[in-house]
Design a protein around this ligand. Structure first.
Ligand code: ZN
Length: 472
């Protein structure tokens, strides 16, 4: 496997549109590729592909190894770019040490893994144990490919996942997650006053609810709740509240409408609060803006009891980092109150909870459920996925660390990430699987700025080749 071959295959697969959910064509392409090499090739109904290559000479008695990546990519483009992700191919632009696309995501996440595996499969001179190459689908959305993968097709019990983006960082575990939703039942009354105002919070940094949860950033839904707590009472009623876009994104904005006796007195209370908030987040989230302007009339407002239930629930639902792993000094458990939305008879509070420990994830869920119960709320959940729990005993990790040290004269960083990886799903299917996730340097993934380092791809090619060679 050399970098030129990898880039050759990468350009080939980049000719085929392959946004999540649209993997059929690229899946078929890799199937044809496997078959053209005379290799055993399996495609399932989720368009996952398994290609098996026998051991090279001298490795017949070595245990097989699985190489895994995902076929799909995130489709993002600059607003002024004409690009149809269903039809158009992505041209790879060479620019010094980097490859990038033309105003779109590049798809190096995770096309580089697919290209590396293809180069390995096609290389007759490569030395390795029996290879089981696995390409999955819909990783970027639901991980439904990995979830549907028939693990009994695989005999390997060590797996190298090539879906990490920092060379020299070995990922050895990841958080599991669940998305709890609390539906607070609410009642309305006629508006007691005819003055209405809208509170808007915006300008927050937001971010990934896992990877950015420990950065001290403000959560717009929590901030709005503080404001509402300060103003809602006898002379101010809540009409409606909504904030955030996705459970797994830290909310950047929120809006609430209130019905009040005096606009000016609410405005005064809010500006006091704003000063307080600005001071608290001066270092970590300095762009917060809060405004209060007159708005249209609402024909009903939440009863005091209902508003109180909602405010107390948001106040008590844990948000942000819940537990740290002190040994590894990283976030172990967190929750993000991602979305708040007012419906006809309820206010929905939608969260994303994560934990490296399944028991803690379930504990967060049941805590949220009890809070819901206390405040006339029913709790449901969706999107449950398992953690990939760190294994203290991992011969594969030990081997890769040793070879990395020998080849590059430095220590790799061993990391457990606070986000989901397909390895979590695969480890649930095969708890005895020894796994590790690596990859070359890829920057600004999931954005049109995505670019990959050619020299890093080359080093990873050499590294993986050497690892396989030493698996005798
Ligand atoms: Zn990926």
């Amino acid at each position: 496997m050399n970098k030129d071959k990898v880039l050759y295959y990468f350009e080939k697969i980049n000719k085929i549109p392959r946004g999540s959910g649209n993997e059929k064509a690229v899946s078929d392409y890799t199937v044809a590729f496997g078959k053209s090499l005379g290799l055993e090739t399996i495609q399932d109904s989720n368009n996952n592909v398994i290609i098996k290559k026998p051991a090279s000479k001298g490795y017949e008695n070595s245990a097989p190894v699985i190489i895994q990546g995902h076929l799909d990519m995130v489709c993002e483009k600059d607003t002024d770019i004409l690009h149809d992700f269903e039809k158009d191919s992505i041209n790879v632009v060479y620019d010094g040490d980097f490859i990038h696309a033309e105003g779109t995501t590049l798809g190096a996440d995770d096309g580089i893994a697919v290209a590396m595996a293809m180069a390995l499969l096609a290389d007759d001179s490569a030395e390795h144990p029996a290879l089981e190459v696995v390409f999955t689908t819909e990783e970027e959305t639901t991980m439904s490919g990995a979830a549907a993968l028939n693990i009994s097709e695989l005999s390997g019990r060590r797996l190298i996942n090539i879906d990490s983006e920092v060379e020299g960082v070995f990922t050895v575990g990841c958080a599991g997650g669940r998305k709890p939703a609390v539906h607070i039942g609410v009642e309305y009354i006629a508006p007691p006053y005819d003055c209405f105002g809208e509170i808007t919070i915006r300008g927050l940094l937001g971010g990934h609810s896992g990877l950015d949860i420990n950065k001290g950033r403000a959560n717009a839904n929590k901030l709005m709740n503080e404001l509402l707590e300060a103003v809602i009472g006898e002379d101010c009623f809540l009409c409606t509240v909504s904030g955030g876009a996705k459970e797994n994104a830290i909310p950047r904005d929120s809006k609430a409408a209130v019905c009040c006796r005096s606009f000016e007195s609410i405005k005064a209370k809010l500006s006091q609060k704003l000063a307080d908030i600005k001071e608290r987040f001066a270092a970590t989230d300095s762009g917060i803006e809060i405004s209060f302007v007159p708005t249209e009339k609402y024909d009903k407002v939440l009863s005091s009891k209902s508003a109180c239930n909602f405010i107390n629930a948001i106040k008590e639902i844990p948000n942000g980092v819940i537990a740290m792993d002190t040994e590894l000094n990283m976030v172990r458990t967190s929750n993000n109150i991602g979305v708040v939305k007012t419906y006809e008879n309820e206010i929905g509070i939608f969260c994303a909870a994560r934990s490296a420990l399944t028991a803690e994830k379930l504990a967060v869920y049941s805590e949220i459920e009890s809070i819901g119960n206390k405040y006339n709320g029913k709790t449901t959940y969706r999107g449950d996925y398992p953690a990939w729990e760190y294994k203290s005993d991992s011969p594969l990790r030990d081997m890769l660390v040793r070879i990395y040290r020998e080849m590059f004269s430095k220590e790799p960083v061993i990391e457990i990430i606070h986000a989901g990886l397909e390895c979590g799903i695969l480890s649930e299917k095969a708890p005895d699987m020894d796994m590790l996730s690596i990859g070359p340097d890829i920057y600004d993934i999931h954005t049109p700025m995505e670019r990959a380092s050619i020299s890093s791809i080359e080093r990873m090619c050499n590294f993986i080749s050497e690892v396989l060679k030493q698996m005798k």
